[in-house]
Ligand binder design. Sequence first.
Ligand SMILES: [Zn+2]
Length: 56
Amino acid sequence: MSYQNKRIKNKRSSSKGTRHCRRCGTNKAIIRAYGLDLCRRCFREVAEYIGFRKYS
Ligand SMILES: [Zn+2]
């Protein structure tokens, strides 16, 4: 597989509209803000580490 083929493949999968959580792999409730690409659940867990705070 050439470099070009690899690029096309990546582009296809990312432009299809289906995003997967890069942590657990689900495609439900993906948060794309700030390039997080995490689902709602993982976002809550990771948020603390990356500086997000809960609204309280
Ligand atoms: Zn997740």
